[in-house]
Design a protein around this ligand. Structure first.
Ligand SMILES: [Zn+2]
Length: 303
């Protein structure tokens, strides 16, 4: 126990030194990376990662091995469309103590979704018991999206979430007030507003409805002033970490395919912005997500 405390204090001192030299977060991450003991103590959870997509086929196992080494102990893999659910479920069952499935119909793929996909979703959820219904929501960002179709599909999936008692993983752009209005009329077990991009007032309304706000790669970009301010204002109890890989790469990997093992970079940025210890941020955000998704993982040590 004494050894552990010494180790932790030494980490804190050295982390503080790094914080004083705030020019480059990548250094902090590399420093942590060398320090396997501390990362082993840091249990991280990526609450949104599309690791099932074929873009990860060439090196998925290597990425997962690295996740195990650097403390990313659990990853939520949300569904996008019916055609992808089978592959996603197979992958998650092959790594059942690391990958956790969510099933849903993504709003941007509204043109692919059929009426019968909804009954199939209810059936698959009953059979496979995913941790959430997602990724679902409304995307009103682009003008050429069929809002009526999106809304119908979203409401039907909220019905399923309500009936099954599962939380939801929400994708919402330019539609937070519509979504909040729908949620207020229902009894949803909470969820995550993934890649949150709304106002402080909207964030507070989600929190009031039992939701967490997902923070990912965007917060690492120095020009994301509004989002960075939000990351400082919100209580730690309301935050979860996510990569949204393969999209939304952190600033140090701009233009690259994003990966779940980049999650510590998001952690470091959040801790820095909030002036909190990364261990505290890691512990709380992981606990938030595990409680929400009813995941109970014991720390099994380095892979
Ligand atoms: Zn997504």
């Amino acid at each position: 126990m004494a050894d552990f405390r010494d180790e932790l204090n030494s980490y804190k001192t050295r982390y503080q030194q790094k914080q004083n030299n705030r020019s480059n977060f990548r250094h902090t991450f590399h420093y942590c990376d060398d320090y396997q003991g501390i990362l082993y103590l840091m249990e991280l959870l990526d609450s949104h990662c599309h690791l099932d997509l074929p873009i990860f086929d060439p090196d998925r196992d290597a990425i997962l091995a690295r996740c195990g080494k650097i403390g990313v102990k659990s990853i939520i893999v949300p569904g996008i469309n019916k055609a992808g659910w089978g592959r996603l479920l197979t992958l998650c069952s092959r790594h059942s103590n690391l990958l956790y499935p969510a099933l849903g119909l993504h709003p941007l793929f509204w043109a692919q979704h059929k009426e019968t996909d909804l009954s199939e979703l209810a059936r698959q959820i009953h059979q496979h018991q995913p941790v959430a219904v997602g990724e679902i929501g409304l995307d009103y960002y682009l003008p050429d999206q069929n809002r009526t179709r999106q809304l119908g599909c979203f409401e039907a999936q909220l019905d399923i979430a309500e009936q099954t008692g599962l939380p939801v993983i929400l994708h919402v752009r330019k539609a937070h007030d519509v979504v909040l209005g729908l949620l207020r009329r229902r009894r949803i077990k909470g969820g995550v507003a993934h890649a949150f991009n709304g106002s402080l007032q909207q964030a507070e309304q989600y929190i009031g409805l039992g939701f967490k706000l997902g923070f990912g790669g965007t917060v690492t970009h120095s020009r994301a002033h509004r989002l960075r301010r939000l990351a400082q204002q919100l209580p730690l109890s309301a935050l979860v970490l996510e990569t949204d890989a393969p999209d939304m790469a952190p600033a140090n990997h701009h233009g690259e395919r994003n990966r779940p093992d980049y999650l510590p970079e998001i952690l470091n940025t959040l801790a820095h912005l909030r002036d909190e210890n990364p261990l505290t941020v890691a512990t709380r955000t992981t606990a938030n997500a595990k409680q929400l998704f009813a995941i109970n993982i014991t720390n099994q040590g380095p892979a």
